[in-house]
Design a protein around this ligand. Structure first.
Ligand code: NIG
Ligand code: FE
Length: 426
């Protein structure tokens, strides 16, 4: 299989979803533009050195003099009329943990809520001991396993958060584990410090001190060691207030890191103060006011919706995707892969949930899982569409129509993933 320095031609593509920009408009996709997939039929894509160099019709590619001249060294893949999409950008995951949370799972089935379970000693805090005790190597192996599973379902870029260590050392260890796993995986990984996931037990009676620790130790050390691109906060009752979040965002900004936050998962937060920091993304957004929808619609902050969590927590309500999209907010979709609320590596499943439970169209779900995911990571110049100059990240699906990607749920139709020019067949 070609490595990223080789050249690769995908030909005979039935539908190529380029997601190229619909006009001269820039910025993340909003409203009608979320349905513009830039579909080319009978298409081909040429990649060299891990980058896309040309996109066009198969018949033109086969006549191309460069392709003819380099035929011997070119790896040619006949897609046999299948559908090719930009590799999915999973812009919200928590892969650094040791084991599943089956006690929480059974308690919830018996009727306990996410918050009740957390108050009784389950939830995020119950994943902490395992991470603190684990070696970096064990954590890296777990992260790598998750990345590999994600790639099998078409994901080529993953944002990965720390957040189950909650001490300086174990948060840095978690970020290092992500870096080690990423070095052993051909896709792209964006690291996020989520030291402010929840206040750990030992700081329970003095949570301001924990916020200080995040601002004065975790953020500066992670920045100095170039361990994280972003800083995230779980802004929620029982976790961190908007004021705490603003303090942590300020520290992130002073150290040159981007910001993002979990907001509105269980209760509404006031987003105005946080928007001053120009966060790349607000995630969850199940509870959001009309005023905040209008505010976010006027910015480049993406709303990253994670319906896998609603599904797994057995909630009746899902994020208000229609209201957000119709209100002009750029929406992305992500798995929120984690052991407590969303243990799924599958972007196609999340897209299926977005269609059936949030009334997003299949086209909107694809743009939200690709180009808007790239925007949510500020990687829009490299990821999220199939255009010359972008990274060679693509997924081949064994379907004749792109709408089948969210249609066939619980089965994997992805037959080939190309990550920075490297092919991973199923
Ligand atoms: O995004 N809400 C905070 N973090 C995760 C849940 C993590 C956990 O329960 O372990 C989420 O749903
Ligand atoms: Fe999360």
């Amino acid at each position: 299989m070609p490595r990223r320095d080789g050249s690769l031609l995908l030909a005979n593509i039935g539908q190529l979803l380029t997601l190229r920009s619909p006009s001269s408009k820039c910025g993340p996709r909003r409203g009608q533009d979320l349905s513009e997939l830039g579909i080319l039929e009978d298409a081909a894509v040429l990649c060299v050195g891990g980058k896309i160099v040309s996109v066009g019709k198969t018949k033109d590619a086969l006549r191309d003099p460069w392709i003819k001249k380099n035929q011997k060294t070119l790896t040619e893949i006949d897609c046999g009329g299948k559908v090719v999409v930009p590799g999915f950008v999973d812009s919200h995951t928590h892969p650094v943990f040791v084991r599943s949370r089956l006690v929480d799972f059974e308690k919830r089935i018996s009727g306990a809520s996410y918050e009740e379970i957390a108050e009784a000693g389950g939830g995020i805090r119950s994943s902490v001991e395992g991470v603190r005790k684990a070696s970096k190597n064990t954590l890296a192996n777990n992260v790598l396993g998750a990345l590999q599973e994600m790639a099998l379902q078409g994901t080529t870029t993953v944002e990965a958060k720390s957040g189950y260590g909650l001490t300086l050392d174990s948060e840095l260890k978690s970020l290092e584990a992500i870096r080690e796993a990423a070095n052993r995986w051909p896709g792209t990984v964006v690291r996020t410090l989520l030291g402010a996931h929840v206040v750990p037990k030992e700081f329970q009676s003095c949570s301001p001190k924990y916020v200080e620790l995040v601002c004065r130790e975790m953020v500066p050390k992670a920045a100095r060691r170039k361990l994280a691109h972003f800083v995230d906060v779980f802004t929620e009752r029982g976790a961190f207030s908007v004021k705490d979040t603003a303090k942590i965002f300020k520290a992130a900004q002073e150290h040159g890191m981007g910001t993002r936050a979990h907001v509105g998962q269980l209760s509404q937060a006031n987003l105005q103060l946080l928007l001053e920091f120009n966060p790349a993304s607000f995630d969850h957004m199940d509870h959001v006011s009309d005023d905040d929808i209008a505010l976010v619609a006027s910015r480049e902050t993406v709303a990253t919706l994670v319906p896998g969590a609603n599904y797994f927590l057995g909630l009746e309500k899902y994020p208000p995707a229609r209201k957000l999209i119709d209100g002009g907010v750029p929406v992305a979709l992500a798995t929120d892969y984690n052991p407590g609320s969303s243990p799924t590596p599958s972007m196609p499943f999340v897209m299926s949930l977005a269609c059936t439970h949030m009334k997003m169209s299949p086209a909107e779900s694809i743009a939200a899982a690709t180009i808007n995911g790239a925007w949510a990571l500020r990687l829009q110049n490299r990821k999220g569409s199939i255009e010359p100059g972008k990274d060679a990240d693509m997924a081949v699906f064994d379907v004749g129509d792109y709408r089948e990607i969210p249609y066939w749920f619980g089965s994997n139709r992805c037959t080939l993933t190309v990550l920075n020019g490297t092919c991973q067949p199923l």
